[in-house]
Design a protein around this ligand. Structure first.
Ligand code: CA
Length: 406
């Protein structure tokens, strides 16, 4: 192996995820993570190893690289895997091709043109339904027929490491009919995964569930920040707005769909049967362990949630088929988030709303303090990885600190 890869690294030889990084003397450019290093793809291109227009590797987003198509991007990945394992390859004797991740700054890997957020975990939708509507009949009548979603805001999607301010907004105090303005008192995370669209469609075209994987480049961890008190007052009748669009954070490395192959598994049985355009064949869920930690200012991290992407009721190919069934066009770099990923157990719920059950069951952190929602100074960190038969492929983390309201 050309570089040493620590055991249990998310960025094993099986992964080879793509991102955009810079260092003191390297402008933002494409790279792949390997162990604790980054392979500089722009520098590698100067050695004339690629037979495509390598200007796409010197740009500050991966959109044009992804647009080359999977025939090319997949070959880049498998070539790099082969070169890394060949001590006589082009990578040998060229230490300038590698930089330490600790010395690099990560950037948004893609320009996100459009962002859609689904609501595809049955456990999450059921928990929210129990809290806000009817405990006996928590799911709305459409939920098992439609991968429910809404159009989010692309402009405020940020990369891990960038802090956010607690949002201000309108809320309705308890037992009042007059709203007040001020910082949200119920700031929450949502544990999600997002997939990045890898191929354009034209308006009027549809994507079938059979074709959908050709349109998915890869996945990231996705923290869909939410202000529950603002949401409660504003969402009737048109749905999420300012409670959701102030920030969503993503992990910087896009893990390709190919790298996740070993972790495929069947999804939950869908009953009642879905309409024909949502039917699919094959295994479309993925066994990806997920966790969320809260670190208070100058404090120690407490893990508050263990969940898994395998729990999703609606899978990505169904989401994409549904999204385009009316002819809505999608573009390379569009972000499609899963919705909060909750499991069955109380410690697998993917938001503070559920974990602390609307504030009725506060969580205790290691420092003895309690949380119903997220405090100023807290850093929320999400991690995810698949592991099977000695193969580990991980996402690294998405970590975001919450600063006081402006
Ligand atoms: Ca969400």
């Amino acid at each position: 192996m050309i570089v040493s890869i620590p055991k249990n690294s998310d960025f094993s030889i099986h992964n080879i995820p793509f991102g955009i990084f810079s260092t003191k003397d390297r402008s933002p450019r494409a790279g792949v993570a390997i162990g604790e290093h980054i392979l500089d793809l722009a520098a590698l291109a100067e050695l004339d190893v690629f037979n495509f227009n390598t200007a796409v590797l010197e740009q500050k987003h991966l959109n044009d690289f992804i647009s080359l198509g999977k025939n090319i991007t997949s070959k880049v990945r498998t070539d790099i895997q082969a070169w890394l394992q060949d001590d006589n390859s082009i990578l040998a004797g060229n230490p300038e091709l590698f930089v330490k991740q600790s010395e690099a700054q990560m950037h948004m890997p893609i320009h996100v043109g459009d962002y859609t957020d689904f609501y595809s975990s049955i456990e999450h939708a059921t928990n929210v339904g129990k809290m806000f509507r009817n405990p006996e009949n928590a799911l709305l009548p459409n939920w098992k027929h439609i991968p429910v979603g809404y159009h989010g805001r692309a402009s405020s999607i940020i990369v891990s490491g960038q802090a956010i301010h607690r949002p201000n907004g309108q809320t309705l105090p308890k037992d009042s009919t007059t709203p007040v303005f001020g910082p949200s008192q119920r700031l929450d995370f949502e544990l999600e995964m997002g997939f990045v669209v890898g191929k354009d469609t034209k308006m009027g075209e549809t994507i079938s569930t059979n074709e959908a994987e050709n349109y998915i480049f890869g996945l990231v961890l996705f923290n869909d920040w939410s202000a529950r008190d603002i949401q409660k007052w504003e969402y009737v009748p048109l749905g999420p707005f300012l409670a959701k669009n102030f920030a969503s954070s993503i992990s910087p490395w896009i893990v390709t769909l190919e790298a996740l192959e070993p972790f495929r598994m069947p999804g939950p049985k869908q009953e009642p049967m879905v309409l024909p355009y949502l039917a699919y064949s094959g295994e479309k869920n993925y066994d990806i362990n997920l966790e969320v930690g809260i670190t208070p200012e100058n404090g120690e991290e407490t893990t508050v949630c263990h969940s898994n992407f395998k729990h999703m009721y609606w899978n990505m190919v169904q989401q994409l088929a549904h999204h385009t069934v009316n002819g809505c066009n999608v573009h390379v770099g569009d972000m499609m988030a899963s919705g909060t990923i909750s499991g069955k157990d109380e410690n697998s719920y993917g938001s503070m709303l559920e974990l602390a059950w609307m504030g009725t069951k506060p969580l205790k952190l290691k420092d003895g303090t309690e949380r119903k929602f997220i405090n100023d100074g807290d850093t929320v960190t999400m991690r995810g990885y698949g592991e099977k038969g000695g193969i580990r492929v991980g996402f690294g983390e998405v970590s975001t600190k919450v600063l006081p309201a402006k």
